[in-house]
Design a protein around this ligand. Structure first.
Ligand code: 6CS
Length: 364
């Protein structure tokens, strides 16, 4: 462990968490003022609030900033977007609640946390269901109409409108020891996001998973309350998790999938022209974000190497090692089908079929 004190990042996140109650009191008051305009003057721009689950400089931040740029330009200044990075409005769960109350209009809601509210989205957390090709996975996530419709229905039941599903890059393990085989997880305390499927996924390898909010991971690693965690490379750099880890392991077991959402009633209240503008912006973002995540993950890996040359990096597992993990992960698919029930089996089958079809198409 290289650093005995919390990084500046983890301290400022903790301060952000303390500021939550005040922000929650003030935002509804601001929301009620949004449409007010003094008589005779040019109408005030409509204010859209977009809260993300990551800090400034992250993939979600790039998405939200591009969203702001495109929306403000295309609405000719009639809409102003404010982006709230992680720590200003609370944890991922709090963001979904604020969206429900229409305190904010847009939010990121990643299945790693949203699975408690919409259990079916946990399909994206299953290990070894995606292909090894991130572009192919993105095509399936963004462009398959049947999959989109299925998820749109599930989000609608919770008053949400699904805008995008996208990958932020491979989940990568950081740990206090090397992990090459499922047995290496025996007794390992790994932090996971708060969706129940992740507990099942890591118990299947013999680990002892602990759900924690994102803001608590650094100190939990530093204080040895946990031994490991998983996140994409850009997040490991940005949240300084590598400072308090000895190993970094690329198993390509699952991508980090995020979803961008809006309040359904809010979307329906927009005039058709504005809905069309929003839909166009989202289409453009789906292409944009794939390149951003690729670039951020590659650049930040270099930063990590430079900042901590002593970090041990296992860049790839062998085919045999990956097969052992894949094999050990298979019962979790059954867990998903049985525990989630409802449409879970249909969704899993559909996703597997779509990935297989895209792979077959690619092979020609
Ligand atoms: O691990 C987490 O909790 C978080 N990781 C990322 C990359 N984004 C948001 C999520 O909450």
């Amino acid at each position: 462990m290289s650093n005995a004190y919390p990084s500046r990042r983890s301290i400022s996140l903790a301060r952000g968490a303390l500021a939550i109650p005040l922000v929650l009191l003030i935002l509804p008051l601001l929301a009620s003022c949004d449409s007010a305009s003094p008589t005779g003057s040019r109408p005030k721009p409509e204010r859209w609030r977009f809260a993300i689950e990551e800090t400034a400089g992250s993939v979600q931040h790039a998405y939200a900033e591009k969203f702001k740029e495109l929306v403000e330009a295309r609405s000719q200044g009639e809409v102003e977007v404010t982006v709230y990075p992680y720590g200003t409005l609370g944890t991922s769960d709090a963001l979904t609640e604020q969206l429900d109350m229409r305190v904010i209009q847009f939010a990121m809601a990643s299945p790693g946390h949203l699975g408690k509210l919409i259990p079916e989205v946990q399909v994206f957390l299953l290990h070894f269901i995606f292909s090894d090709d991130p572009e192919l996975n993105s095509r399936v996530l963004n462009r398959d109409p049947q999959l989109q419709q299925k998820f749109d229905e599930l989000y609608a039941r919770k008053g949400l409108r699904l805008l995008s599903i996208f990958s932020e890059g491979w989940q990568v393990w950081t740990a206090d020891r090397p992990i090459r085989w499922p047995e290496d997880f025996a007794g390992l305390k790994i932090r996971v996001m708060t969706s129940p499927l992740l507990l099942a996924a890591y118990r299947a390898y013999g680990a002892s998973p602990t759900p924690l909010p994102y803001s608590e991971v650094y100190s939990a690693l530093q204080l040895n309350m946990i031994d490991a965690q998983e996140n994409p490379v850009f997040a490991i750099e940005e949240m300084s998790f590598y400072e308090v880890s000895d190993w970094m392991i690329f198993a390509r077991h699952a991508p980090f999938v995020a979803t961008a959402v809006t309040n359904r009633e809010f979307y329906q209240s927009l005039p058709p022209k504005r809905q069309a503008m929003l839909d166009g912006v989202i289409d453009e973002l789906n292409e944009y974000i794939l390149d951003v995540q690729r670039q951020y993950n590659a650049e930040r890996l270099e930063t990590i190497r430079q900042n901590k040359p002593t970090l041990n990096i296992i860049e790839e597992l062998t085919d045999e090692q990956r097969s052992a993990f894949r094999e050990a992960s298979l019962p979790v698919r059954q867990w998903f089908v049985e525990t989630v029930g409802g449409d879970a089996e249909e969704i899993l089958t559909l996703l597997l079929e779509r990935i297989a079809a895209a792979q077959a198409e690619e092979r020609g």
